[in-house]
Design a protein around this ligand. Sequence first.
Ligand code: HEM
Length: 486
Amino acid sequence: MPSNEATSKNAASNEAPRKPRTIPLYRTIRALLRDPLIALEEIARRSGGDVVRLNLGLFRPYLITHPHHVQHVLRDNAANYVREGMFWKPLRRLFGSGILVDGPTWEPSRRRIQPLFAARNVNSLVAGMADAISEAVDRLDPAARSGRPLDASDEMARIVHRTVARVFFGDRISAADIDRLIPAIDSAAVSIGARLVLPFVPDGLPMPGDRAFRRAVRTIDDVVLPLVRACRSAASPANASGRANAAGPSGDIVSTLCQARDENGDLLSDRQVRDDVVSLFAAGTETTATALTWLWVALDARPDVAARMYREIDRVVGTDKVSASHLPGLQYTRMVLQELVRLYPVGWLIPRTAAARDVVGGRVIKRGGTVLISPYLTHRMPQFWDRPDVFDPDRFEPGRAEHRDRFAYFPFGGGPHQCLGSHLFTVEAQLIAATILTRYRPQLRNRAQVTPLPAASLRPRQPVELMLAPVRRTGSAARDHEARAA
Ligand code: HEM
């Protein structure tokens, strides 16, 4: 295994490699059990970017926070840092051998899937997404008009799921199946939380959430496998390229994958298609819906940012239906989304296992050691960010990022496993935010501080209740709007 040792500004490269400082068990375990995020944030800040080791008894992971070290693990020496070990074991039970799990199937899977999420292909899907979003947002209207509060997580999930279901399954999936699939994926993501936070607990020992997790996986299979089989039997064996074309004959991702062939020219097995579809659906829905839930929390805390975003959307979209032509003009909205995933990176934990001994920032990483990387922690370290706890989209003004380390900001990871859906997220989130804000002005009902809960994604711990006030329009704008609403 190549060593390619990391050097960094804070690592004295002439010194002999040393063991990292170990944070003792008594200082970590109680704090971690009480609030893992606060405990890890405190440890990260104190480390100043140095590699440290957490003593959790038998489990002693390395915590890597410095952008140069993150770059080393995720990109420069990525071959040495595999997605195996105890953190990934629970995920394998959901994703099988799909793109989210390392092993011999990952690379062909990534090669097959990558073109589907390239900007050109995503942009060709915008019209369909915009329609699905507009229909889903229509359903907010009764609550908005009657002044009834809405649960932001539920509503964002509903809107995102309808949108992604259109992109993934076209018209192949029934509304009833969407309604079974979505809560099952949600339940799997939540019920896996305890095993992700305490990954050293052996499989044989029952943990809270295990039974719900198994039930959720059964439901997911019950919905997805028959869809794959039906789609497979309808597909022609024409595509022998081994890669998914930008779009299959029906334009949706499932039908494209059903026709894709592996490196040997064989059609993928039903199980392989199921694993990729479930991986992609889970990776693309939970993340986007959760990020959009945080949007309302962030905007509520910064009315000045919210007002600037409303002005931009009013100017660029006005009373039109949001479409692809509006997206380039929504530059501030894009900056808001970039800052959103800095402060609330829903993919908050990126664990790896060191296949061979390595040296990172002058510290020895033992073979087989678990390495924890967290965009949440690095994005909030005062060593790398000015006033890190403040939500400030101006950080992402064009030109300002040039002075930043590439891996000071990595909400979508980096290196060979870099997120495939970052462009889809940006497009979809712009469409959803703009569609909602052309119609409503949101306010949080529960203004008490909303704090993050680390599960499979970084979710709000408290319910986020939204009040939506319909936008008042005058004259012809009002008439246009009423006509559309009718
Ligand atoms: C706010 C939205 C999102 C965030 C914050 C996010 C974050 C991430 C992160 C941090 C990784 C790297 C994981 C690792 O290195 O182990 C990742 C990988 C991935 N993401 Fe996303 N993601 C988002 C949305 C999406 C969407 C919309 C899709 C597509 C449907 C998607 C598909 C994927 C896939 C397939 C991978 C694995 C790539 C590989 O291992 O080769 N993500 N994502």
